[in-house]
Design a protein around this ligand. Structure first.
Ligand SMILES: [Zn+2]
Length: 485
C-alpha cells in the first residue's frame, strides 16, 4: 500500500462539491496578503505614513486598556470598639470564664437584700478533733503548738509524756490525735481536752483533762518478741532470694556483711547453698511489726555449716563462728594452700640483687588464693606497709605473732579477732614482689623466727562461763522455728 504524503490529492466522494484544482495557489496568495498585514509595525520607520499612524493608534489603545484594567487596592477602615468601663465592664467580665489559676472569680453576684443581717459573733465548733504528725528532727512541744495547743498545755503534756518515754525516742512519723475544747474568748487558744499517741511499739499514751488537771494514762500493748527466722536457697542472688523469702532489707544487708567476713562469695558460696537468717522482731497485738538487728547468720554448703553469732567480748561486738569457738588447737595451720618456694634463712634477694636474710617463708600461690590465720588471734595491723605491700600482722598471744604480706586484698580490720583458719586476705603481688606469692613471718617476742621452730597451743577466745553462755544462746536461737511463708 502506497504511503500518504502531504500535498497528495485524495479524490473526494462524488456527492461533495468539487474542490477547485487551483486551491493550492489561491491559499498561498491569501496567506501572502495576511503576511502584509503587520499589526505591530516599527514606529521608528515610515513616520507619518498610514501604516505608522495605525501602529501608533494600536500602541495607544493597548496602553490605555492596560491602565484601565490595572487593579487598585485601598485599605478597609474598621471602627475600633469603644473601651468598656464601669458597670458595663463588670457585666461583661461576669459573663466570661476566668481561668481557675486566676481565682475563677467571674460570675454574677447577688447583693445583700433586706433579709440579710450582719452577724455580731460567729459560732464556734465546741470541739476540734485533729491529728498532728511528728516530723524528722521535730520537737514534741513544737508539734503541739503548731496544731493550736497553748504553750502552757504543750509544756505540761511534754512533761507528762517524758515521764514514760524520752521525747527524743518517739519515732518520727508518729501521729498524735488531739482534741481541743471550747475556748473562753476568741483571742485565747483552745484548751487541750485530750491527746493520744503510740509512744512505742508496746505502749500507747493518753492525756485526759479533768477540770484544770491533765492526767496521763498508760495503755500497754502486748508484743510478741519472738525473733524472725528465714531460710532458703541462695539461688541466683542471695539478696533477692532472702528478700523474696521475707527477710527485711536491713537484715539481709547485715547478713551479707557478716557472711562476707568469714566466707568468700566467689569461692565458697554457690546457688545450692542455703542461708539461715535470724533477726529481732517485735509484733504488736495491733498488727505493727518492727524488725531489729540481725541475731544469727547461718550458711549451709552441702554438709559444711557456717554458724555466725554476734558476741561482745572485751567491749567489742563481733561475729563468731560457732564451730570454731572454744576449741583448743595444737600448732598452727598452713596460711595458704600452696607450696613453699623459699624458706627461712640467708639467700640471694631476687630484687635487691645481694645476699640477705629471708625473715620468713614464701608460699607460691595464684593471685586471689585465700590466706588464713594460722591460729586464733587479734589483728594488730592491716594495711599498706612499704615493701611488704598489703600486710596483715596478727598477735596470737603476748609472746607470739605472725604476718602475711604482698596480699591483693585484705578482709579484716585492726582490732578484729580471728579464729584459726579464718580467711583474712588473698594472695597478691603488692609491695616488693616478683610475682604472686605469700610472704609469711612468725615472731617470738617481736623477733622474726623460723616458723618451723614454733609450735604453740592457741588458747580459746571464749572460755568457761562465757563459752557456756555463747553456746546456750546459740542453741536457744536455733530452736526458733522457720517463719512460714
Ligand atoms: Zn618472702
Amino acid at each position: 500500500m502506497a504511503a500518504l504524503s502531504v500535498g497528495q490529492i485524495i479524490p473526494a466522494p462524488a456527492t461533495f462539491p468539487e474542490i477547485p484544482s487551483d486551491w493550492k495557489s489561491r491559499f498561498e496568495s491569501s496567506l501572502s496578503r495576511l503576511d502584509e498585514l503587520d499589526i505591530a509595525p516599527d514606529l521608528g520607520t515610515d513616520i507619518g505614513s498610514l501604516r505608522w499612524w495605525r501602529g501608533l493608534f494600536t500602541c495607544t489603545a493597548l496602553c490605555a486598556g492596560t491602565i484601565m484594567l490595572a487593579p487598585t487596592y485601598k485599605p478597609f477602615v474598621a471602627d475600633a470598639p469603644p473601651v468598656v468601663t464601669g458597670n458595663a465592664w463588670d457585666e461583661q467580665r461576669a459573663q466570661s470564664i476566668a481561668p481557675l489559676a486566676w481565682g475563677g472569680d467571674t460570675g454574677r453576684r447577688m447583693a445583700a437584700n433586706d433579709l440579710v443581717a450582719p452577724l455580731n459573733d460567729t459560732p464556734e465548733r465546741p470541739v476540734l478533733s485533729l491529728t498532728a504528725t511528728l516530723g524528722q528532727g521535730d520537737g514534741f512541744g513544737r508539734v503541739l503548738e503548731r496544731a493550736g495547743v497553748s504553750q502552757s498545755d504543750a509544756k505540761r503534756v511534754s512533761a507528762l509524756i517524758s515521764q514514760e518515754v524520752p521525747l527524743g525516742e518517739i519515732e518520727p512519723g508518729t501521729v498524735i490525735d488531739l482534741t481541743l475544747g471550747r475556748r473562753a474568748k476568741p483571742t485565747v487558744p483552745r484548751p487541750l481536752d485530750g491527746l493520744k499517741l503510740r509512744a512505742r511499739i508496746d505502749l500507747s499514751l493518753m492525756v485526759q483533762r479533768s477540770g484544770s488537771q491533765l492526767n496521763l494514762v498508760r495503755i500497754p500493748i502486748a508484743v510478741d518478741r519472738t525473733p524472725l527466722r528465714i531460710q532458703g536457697a541462695v539461688g541466683g542472688s542471695l539478696y533477692r532470694s532472702a528478700r523474696a523469702a521475707g527477710a527485711p532489707s536491713k537484715a539481709v544487708e547485715a547478713y551479707i556483711k557478716a557472711i562476707a567476713s568469714k566466707l568468700s562469695f566467689e569461692r565458697d558460696i554457690d546457688s545450692a547453698a542455703r542461708f539461715d537468717i535470724i533477726v529481732e522482731q517485735a509484733r504488736a497485738e495491733t498488727g505493727e511489726i518492727e524488725h531489729g538487728k540481725l541475731l544469727y547468720a547461718g550458711m549451709t554448703r552441702g554438709n559444711r555449716k557456717t554458724q555466725l553469732l554476734q558476741w561482745t567480748i572485751g567491749g567489742n561486738t563481733e561475729w563468731f563462728e560457732a564451730t570454731g569457738v572454744g576449741q583448743k588447737r595444737q600448732g598452727m595451720t598452713s596460711p595458704v594452700a600452696g607450696r613453699i618456694t623459699s624458706g627461712f634463712g640467708r639467700r640471694f634477694h631476687p630484687i635487691l640483687g645481694y645476699s640477705k636474710m629471708h625473715m620468713g617463708v614464701d608460699f607460691g600461690a595464684p593471685t586471689g588464693t585465700p590466706v588464713r590465720a594460722v591460729t586464733d588471734g587479734v589483728i594488730a595491723f592491716a594495711g599498706r606497709n612499704g615493701g611488704y605491700g598489703n600486710h596483715i600482722r596478727v598477735t596470737h598471744n603476748p609472746k607470739f605473732g605472725s604476718s602475711y604480706s604482698h596480699l591483693s586484698r585484705i578482709s579484716v580490720r585492726p582490732g578484729e579477732r580471728v579464729l584459726q583458719g579464718e580467711v583474712i586476705g588473698y594472695v597478691g603481688s603488692t609491695g616488693m614482689s616478683t610475682g604472686p606469692h605469700l610472704h609469711f613471718e612468725v615472731y617470738r617476742n617481736g623477733q622474726a623466727v623460723n616458723p618451723r621452730t614454733v609450735n604453740f597451743e592457741s588458747s580459746s577466745l571464749l572460755s568457761g562461763a562465757e563459752l557456756q553462755a555463747f553456746r546456750n544462746r546459740l542453741s536457744r536461737l536455733l530452736e526458733i522455728p522457720v517463719a512460714a511463708r
